[in-house]
Design a protein around this ligand. Sequence first.
Ligand code: TYD
Ligand code: MG
Length: 419
Amino acid sequence: MVEQLAVDNGKSAVSRSSTSGKVLMAQTIGSIDEKEGSQRLLTGFKDLDDVLGGGVLPGSVVLMAGQPGIGKSTLLLQVSAHIARSVAVLYASGEESAGQVKLRAKRLGADKHEQLSFVSSTSADDIAATIRSGGYKLVIIDSIQTLSLDEIASAPGTVSQITNSSNVIIRAAKQSGAAVILVGHVTKEGSIAGPKVLEHLVDVVLQFEGDRYGGFKIVRAAKNRFGSTNEAAIFEMNQDGLRLVENPSAALLAERQNSDGSVVLATIEGTRPLLVEIQALVNPTSFGYPKRTASGFDLNRLNLLVAVLEKRTKLNLSDKDIYINVVGGLKLNDQAADLAVCMAIASAAASRRIDDGVVVFGEVGLGGEIRSAYSADRRVAEAKKLGFKLAIAPAGASKNSFIKEVGDLRTALIDYLQK
Ligand code: TYD
Ligand code: MG
């Protein structure tokens, strides 16, 4: 409940403001000076720089969100250590004590930098004052949910604390020209905890996704005021922190055993082509309602594809449990994964394998038609690079002998599933 004060003179805000206010002096876009000193800070990870649109822009505020334990603090400590080679960096943590951070920094080899400072604080006022002091070019705040302002009575992590604390911090960042990276927790459903307005306030929203235990971890931008949101950085956790994965396709396919239900998809992650194995398991339903489960693939999309398979081909899946797994902990959001998922299901249901040297991509329409996929050339190039022999792909993708064009789902299954 919010108390609303009564307006005393009987005039509404609208009628008052229709007579007040001053004329604003606007500038033509061409005459505006570009901000100088916009030398970006490089993070030490080339792909992460690309995700940020070329490094961290001074005066900008970045929000990095991810599941607990995915490696947010680790990555940001590594980034701080790299940037601290050239400028002063402050790592402010409300979650960990100085001792804990020291231990981690030691493991990462980040404890030898003169210009990397640490402070343990949960006061948004104090941190904002420290930012305004101008002593640091980059400030990491781990995490926004632990911060609070003294004037607000509610507990840290509540909507009003998060909104007001981040406003105070963002204002301090813009005043001092320091770049700020905020760590944000996510809810059980995967969205950023706290008010949606937090995402509007900051300049860049990075999402750290992937499997907490092993597998690849991917950083992508969900919003970026200074660059594209098409890039992605793929990391792997090691003894000594996070490392960029050089050749993700080869790593993803290293343990593949070609059996029925296994299909290699040529997908695009950000702007980079990636080969990933899709596995399907199809079992008779033992009782009641058939079960459909997907890991790394949208469940609604899976249900839709199962319906298309039933209607447009002769497969009967109504009494079958269907499980889909995307290997390597990847989460696909590529429409062109449809055909690979369908072929994996059909392959598992009919116990027929797909040939070893084949990759698949293409979107499946409700009529069972195969629709074109973007960046077909780059998908094909990646498949060639890894020694594949042919690609099953939509017609007209590209004039290339490597591509075997298919027009509809039924032909794809009849032609390419072996006995
Ligand atoms: P952390 O960065 O604390 O995650 P977050 O801040 O997102 O909650 O740590 C992630 C996990 O990574 C942690 O459970 C332990 C593991 N880890 C390594 O495997 N190697 C390392 O060098 C470090 C620092 C952490
Ligand atoms: Mg942490």
